[in-house]
Write a protein that binds this ligand. Structure first.
Ligand code: PMP
Length: 489
């Protein structure tokens, strides 16, 4: 259990020692005092609710209440106007000098904190016992352990050294990617057009800090994965959502494609809706943007995960004039922990990104880059993808069966032809944060659709990639009951 507040997050993951002779309530008083004295919990930080703390500590609520009352009586904690408790003072201890006012510093950084719901999800994902029905990651059961071991065994002979690498990354990987992108996706790029990034998220971050200025207009599908991040908003750019129909982004609704604007799109197996931009729409979007000299940032995180047929060619594969910056990643196909993504674009662009990357982290992990090189050049990656596609398709079918069983009267949904996601649209209004909270109580962690959207929606992003299929079925059954209950209110 954790507490979450913008700028003031307190994470509690400690338990009293019940074997210790010190009374439990005293252990709690000491634990909280130490946290505050050490500066871990700055003044103003809010504590989780007493009920949540009692649950985390594994004690009765009355024990927590006694400890809190004592701390309040010392002036260390105070009651909050919202009914909670927060840190009031750290000056009781004269034996030590005062820590800096960390909350002031924490609020000063330009990068915005995550949305509260996302902070909660990011923490709860590491708590055991929850069924994660929205997680955008492959299940640990799908981790190709044998393949990874095989590749790692070959690596000692392949790796000549593990020094720093140049701005574009490991040259061997650049060559391997250029070849793979040409053969696999019809993208014409030389190694000099490719920059290896520490995940495609870093690609996004670099584009936002290197190439755009404050006030730039960024257009995205509405909803979009990008809206759930603070990357562009932190750099004070204006995000605009563009509606979608079943063929994808309705580009004609882009109002101002003038200077300094950019289109960010996920044409294949869109996150969060699973939509695939049609062949025709891709051509039109290219014409629209090229005629206005509006750059496109194409995010192809899921393009390899097709089930029955490949999606239409990427926008980058149609790009003859260098209008598209393309991003790929190994995170959704194999392992996000490798932190390997790639950005493909005109040389001037990738050089600029590479230069700033050198000032940021001096390169993605060399071990991961060697591993990715071996995966691609051995042909093992393509063979592995075939198995993964079959497995994901079976999981999609399982999810669809459960949805028809439990959600017919209460929601509509799409049948994705690849990727991870089903966009579940509820037929009636609900207070999504209450559904989220009730689901959490029932051991289900979900991704509310409004995290990705520009206005309120009544949708949930489901992922069939993570949860065990039987667990997903059980969770969907319970969720349907919860939603039905809330829709009646
Ligand atoms: N783009 C999209 C569309 C994604 O869904 C994600 C992961 N959720 C990313 C980028 C980031 O992936 P990476 O691990 O490569 O940074």
């Amino acid at each position: 259990m954790k507490g979450f507040r913008t700028n003031q997050m307190i994470a509690v993951d400690w338990k009293p020692n019940k074997q210790d002779k010190t009374p439990i309530y005293r252990q709690i008083v000491e634990y909280i005092s130490e946290k505050i004295a050490a500066g871990d919990w700055p003044i103003g930080s809010r504590l989780p609710s007493q009920r949540d703390m009692a649950q985390t500590f594994g004690v009765n609520r009355s024990t927590v209440v006694s400890a809190m009352e004592e701390l309040i009586s010392y002036g260390i904690l105070e009651s909050d106007f919202g009914g909670g408790t927060r840190v009031a003072s750290n000056t009781w201890s004269i034996r030590m000098s005062q820590p800096p006012d960390w909350n002031k510093y924490i609020r000063s950084g330009f990068f915005r904190p995550n949305l509260d719901t996302i902070q909660t999800i990011n923490h709860m994902e590491f708590e055991p016992g929850y069924i994660r029905i929205g997680t955008g990651e492959l299940s640990p059961e799908l981790y190709p352990g044998k393949l990874v071991s095989k590749i790692f065994r070959r690596m000692p002979e392949r790796i000549p050294s593990l020094g720093y690498l140049g701005p574009l990354g490991l040259p061997e990987l650049g060559e391997a990617l250029a070849q793979w992108l040409a053969v696999n996706q019809g993208i014409e790029a030389k190694a000099s057009n490719i920059m290896v990034a520490s995940g495609s998220l870093q690609g996004l971050q670099l584009v936002s800090v290197c190439m755009l200025k404050r006030g730039s207009n960024i257009y995205t599908e509405a909803p979009s994965y990008l809206k759930s991040l603070q990357v562009f908003q932190s750099a004070e750019m204006c995000l605009h959502g563009v509606q979608m129909d079943e063929e994808g982004l309705e580009y004609w609704k882009i109002k101002d494609a003038s200077n300094d604007s950019l289109l960010y799109t996920i044409p294949s197996y869109h996150n969060p809706t699973g939509t695939v931009m049609s062949e025709r729409r891709r051509g039109e979007v290219m014409n629209f943007c090229q005629s206005r000299q509006m750059p496109i940032l194409e995010d192809d995180a899921y393009g390899q995960l097709w089930f029955d047929e490949k999606p239409p060619k990427s926008l980058k594969a149609r790009d003859k004039t260098g209008s598209v910056i393309y991003m790929g990643t190994i995170s959704k196909t194999m392992a996000p922990g490798l932190r390997i993504g790639w950005v493909v674009g005109p040389e001037a662009v990738v050089y600029r990104l590479g230069d700033v990357k050198m000032q940021t982290d001096y390169g993605a992990s060399s071990v991961s880059q060697w591993m990715m090189t071996e995966l691609l050049t051995s042909g093992d990656y393509d063979i592995y993808l075939e198995t993964l596609r079959r497995e994901l398709k079976a999981r999609r079918d399982n999810a669809l069966t459960s949805l028809s069983q439990y959600f017919k009267g209460i929601a509509t949904w799409n049948k994705p032809s690849g990727g991870f996601y089903i966009w579940l649209c509820l037929k009636h209004r609900v207070f999504m944060d209450r559904v989220f909270a009730d689901a959490l109580k029932a051991g289900i962690l979900l991704n509310p659709g409004n995290m990705y959207d520009y206005g309120e929606n009544h949708a949930i992003r489901l992922s069939y990639a993570y949860a065990d299929p039987e667990d997903l079925r059980k969770a969907l059954k319970i969720l349907a009951d919860i939603i039905e209950k809330h829709q009646k209110r």
